[in-house]
Design a binder for this molecule. Structure first.
Ligand SMILES: Cc1cc2nc3c(=O)[nH]c(=O)nc-3n(C[C@H](O)[C@H](O)[C@H](O)COP(=O)(O)OP(=O)(O)OC[C@H]3O[C@@H](n4cnc5c(N)ncnc54)[C@H](O)[C@@H]3O)c2cc1C
Length: 499
């Protein structure tokens, strides 16, 4: 008998979503991630949870409707982490006339499942603070509703839920070989040690490494995929409100400008073909320059390449056999089975918004192999997302009253990351000293302990870039102090599933 029903290679959002769905249906699940959870493309996905407007533009209304349903599912699953955001589109391009935007957003609103969500609206930028940071010629804009979330954070929350439902999540474990018979025999290397597992079915969710895993680990013909490098840049805060902008460029491309955590603004993305190892992906100087110019066409504050404080490069996967090249589509799930041999499922593409649904499609493909119940994730909360009546502001107020020595900013950050689980971190603390070392930005030793014990954090970067976005603002000295704390304070960084 195999150790597991299902083994998943890859701890990006696609892999953890499948692990969560399968574990919730009672399957014995193993997930192997070579580095940290969400450290591949999922670390670099845009923070906007939304229907890609280019999908609407191409008349793919079913797909647009499904994306809007998924946007609302994220609001329900993680109200602490996914907050509503308004996206403002200044009217500028002769490529897309005003009537087209008006019509498109009317359809967007009609397709939206949750009637309680704010409708899209026209904004007179000359008399609205949303127009303040923009150059004068921009008079009219349309604004529509999206969600804002940190994609690596959603990846970790999804993995936690999978673990809570019984999945075994192993990070720092590179799968080097998988042999197929009526079961899969899987070899992984973890901290220099070989580990062997067996599973009845295998999922390749290795993102940009998908082809390499197919060829070198599974020794099969790789799927027909195309790799694309998507680049984003971060600069100091460009405006003092929390709406985002979608900027039309002369060639039809759209660039998002999104405020992060009140201190930093993210601008992206621009894409180009990629070959090689995604681990070495970096933002080309030409792309950083193009992004600053894209913003400069609209904003009064003019950016120089030297204003870039951080850049994000992600290698994403396209289906090369699909004609849908201009937008990502809904992702690909392929099942391969040969009589007498264990099944192999490959899942890639899609986006943060639709990852839950893509996992459901994967489970539907695997249904003939397992006796298991039907879909369940559409209504289920992620860890910390069980906020009473979705009242996140009330949760912040409650925590602030119980732990008055914390700054409002810290309480807000804790609630946005951990929701109702914030109490687990703060429990018993009567003063700031009870929370251990202070790494700045409200990050305490107690919080780092929690991340190492419950969220698979092993290194400072795991905490600074994938459990939070504190890496954007934390000083070099504090980062070093955090790294020293994490290596010396903990002999072992094993994560245990939440009880
Ligand atoms: C051009 C483009 C732009 C995109 N932009 C966006 C966007 O703005 N917003 C958005 O939501 N989505 C975007 N996407 C989609 C996004 O890439 C994916 O939806 C999302 O990041 C899920 O990625 P993943 O889990 O498939 O891959 P990844 O996040 O890359 O995860 C794969 C994981 O597999 C692991 N792995 C690899 N090999 C092994 C091995 N041998 N053993 C163990 N583990 C291994 C890696 O370490 C990695 O963590 C874009 C896609 C494209 C094509």
């Amino acid at each position: 008998m195999a150790d597991f029903d299902l083994a998943v290679i890859g701890g990006g959002l696609n892999g953890v979503s499948i692990a969560r769905d399968a574990a919730g249906r009672g399957l014995r699940v193993l997930l192997l991630e070579k580095g940290d959870l969400g450290s591949g493309a999922s670390a670099t996905a845009s923070p906007l949870i939304q229907c890609d407007l280019r999908v609407l533009e191409r008349g793919r209304f079913g797909e647009a409707r499904r994306a809007l349903v998924e946007r609302d599912a994220w609001f329900r699953a993680a109200p602490h982490q996914v907050r509503p955001v308004r996206v403002v589109v200044p009217m500028d391009s002769p490529l897309r006339p005003i009537w087209l935007w008006r019509l498109g957003l009317a359809v967007h609103d009609r397709l939206s499942a949750d009637r309680a969500r704010p409708r899209s609206e026209a904004v007179d930028l000359t008399h609205h603070r949303l127009g303040d940071p923009l150059k004068r010629p921009f008079g009219l804009a349309f604004a529509y509703g999206a969600g804002f979330a940190d994609s690596p954070r959603l990846t970790v929350l999804t993995a936690m839920d999978a673990a809570r439902r019984g999945a075994t999540i192993v990070t720092g474990a590179r799968c080097i070989r998988a042999d197929r018979s009526d079961i899969w025999r899987i070899v992984a290397v973890r901290r220099g040690q070989r580990e062997i597992y067996s599973a009845r079915a295998l999922v390749n969710a290795a993102g940009g490494w998908l082809g390499t895993v197919a060829e070198t680990v599974l020794r099969l013909k790789p799927p027909r995929i195309r790799l694309v490098l998507a680049s984003q840049i971060a600069v100091r805060r460009m405006f003092d409100h929390d709406s985002a902008y979608l900027l039309q460029q002369g060639d039809g491309r759209l660039v998002q400008v999104v405020p992060l955590d009140g201190k930093v603004t993210l601008i992206g993305s621009v894409a180009r073909p990629f070959t090689g190892d995604p681990a070495h992906a970096a933002v080309p100087a030409a792309d950083a320059l193009w992004l600053t110019r894209a913003a400069n066409r609209y904003f009064r504050e003019q950016l120089e390449p030297t204003d870039v404080i951080h850049s994000l490069a992600g290698v994403h996967v396209f289906d090369a056999s699909s004609a849908r090249t201009a937008s990502r589509g809904e992702g690909v799930v392929r099942l391969e089975r040969t009589f007498g041999e264990a099944p192999l499922l490959t899942s890639f593409g899609g986006d943060t918004t639709t990852a839950r649904r893509q996992a459901e499609t994967a489970m539907a493909a695997l249904a003939p192999f397992f006796a298991m119940p039907g879909p369940w994730t559409a209504q289920a909360a992620l860890p910390g997302g069980d906020v009473a009546l979705g009242d996140v502001g009330g949760l912040v107020d409650g925590l602030q009253a119980r732990w008055p020595f914390l700054t409002r900013e810290t309480v807000r950050r804790l609630v946005s990351s951990y929701g109702t689980l914030s109490e687990t971190i703060l429990e018993g603390a009567r003063s700031r000293d009870d929370l251990g070392p202070d790494f700045g930005e409200g990050l305490s030793g107690r919080e780092v302990d929690y991340l190492m014990a419950k969220e698979w954090a092993r290194f400072a970067d795991d905490v600074l870039w994938r459990r939070s976005s504190l890496g954007l603002t934390m000083t070099e000295g504090r980062r070093e102090a955090l790294a020293v704390f994490m290596t010396t304070h903990h002999a072992s960084a094993e994560a245990r599933p939440l009880q």
